[in-house]
Ligand binder design. Structure first.
Ligand SMILES: CC1=C(/C=C/C(C)=C/C=C/C(C)=C/C=O)C(C)(C)CCC1
Length: 311
């Protein structure tokens, strides 16, 4: 049993999701503090750590190419992307928001349909697959998401109209999306078949269905922490295990993510202290969102390169 969980940790995610869904059904709604506990736990133990391994992935890549890895150069490139995207947010907030949703959809699709070939059909299928999960979570939590989006885009009329249109037609939207995804997946498969792990897809389906029963934040974290980040850990582990100096276990890998995870939390803590000190009456949410999206951009690029190297 324990070795099975070690090989398939997403079973724990399903267990946790069922537990929370059951609690809500039989006992009552989750309190805000329980929601925060659930989310911060997943974020601290898997969500942030899965992105705090990017330097190891890049280092391994350099090693395989027989190139020298410079951590300083890596950090400068990382910070440059964060800065450029942050600037983009200041000048084109709506475009940057749309871009973030698109690259997030791509990134989620890349993990969910792992090792798909780089054909046009498969790439579109991945984008639509990741977009479907994101759309499913967002439109099914419209009451909670609407004020958040309004705050992020500062009530931009165009964005709010598109969003309100999407949620007023959420049934046909999701059904149409799923149908298109199914057709595209079949076309992609017909064009270039890949091995399909039905058990894994089934688990993903259960995680997505469970998000429907939970409030927004636990729902998003169940997918993001409990599925996406755990799957990425598995991908990174198998990449680093094929190295000249292999990482022995998932725990040793997790352990290596601790320094940058602590740094990320420290940075977040410092930013919130500065905010509270100088702008106690301002709305921090858009800036928090921008910060998270800018940090995500270089991570998505590293993981995209890793995905391409698997082919
Ligand atoms: C728009 C929106 C959200 C979207 C978050 C996204 C799109 C996160 C993507 C994260 C990625 C790609 C991480 C990679 O490691 C939230 C927070 C659910 C809250 C409601 C509004």
């Amino acid at each position: 049993m324990s070795s099975y969980i070690r090989r398939t940790p997403t079973c724990l995610t399903i267990g946790a999701g069922l537990l929370v869904a059951g609690y809500q059904y039989w006992v009552g709604p989750l309190s805000l503090s329980a929601q925060l506990f659930f989310c911060i736990g997943l974020l601290a133990f898997v969500g942030i750590p899965h992105g705090a391994l990017d330097h190891l992935v890049e280092q391994e890549h350099s090693l395989r190419q027989a190139q020298r890895f410079s951590l300083t150069r890596f950090i400068i490139k990382y910070l440059f992307m964060i800065g450029a995207y942050g600037l983009g947010w200041m000048v084109f907030p709506v475009l940057s928001f749309i871009l973030f949703l698109l690259i997030s959809a791509w990134h989620f699709g890349e993990t969910d349909l792992e090792h798909a070939p780089e054909t046009g059909y498969w790439s579109l299928t991945r984008l639509l697959a990741g977009g479907f999960v994101l759309a499913f979570i967002l439109v099914n939590h419209a009451d909670e998401v609407t004020p958040v989006i309004a705050r992020i885009v500062k009530n931009d009329v165009f964005t709010m109209q598109v969003w309100n249109g999407a949620i007023s037609q959420r049934g046909p939207l999701l059904r149409g999306w799923a149908t298109l995804l199914g057709v595209l997946a079949m076309l992609a498969f017909g064009h270039q078949p890949i091995p399909v792990n039905g058990w894994r897809l089934g688990r993903l389906g259960v995680v997505i269905l469970l998000t429907y029963t939970l409030p927004l934040l636990p729902a998003f974290m169940l997918y993001f922490g409990g599925w996406h980040s755990l799957s990425s850990f598995g991908t990174i582990l198998s990449y680093l295990q094929r190295s000249a100096n292999p990482v022995q276990s998932i725990w040793k890998l997790w352990y290596q993510s601790v320094p940058l995870t602590l740094l990320a939390f420290g940075f977040l803590f410092a930013c919130s202290s500065i905010w509270n000190r100088y702008l106690p009456l301002g709305d921090p949410l858009p800036y928090l969102f921008i910060l998270l999206s800018t940090i995500t951009l270089p991570h998505i690029q590293v993981m995209h390169k890793l995905d391409r190297r698997y082919k």
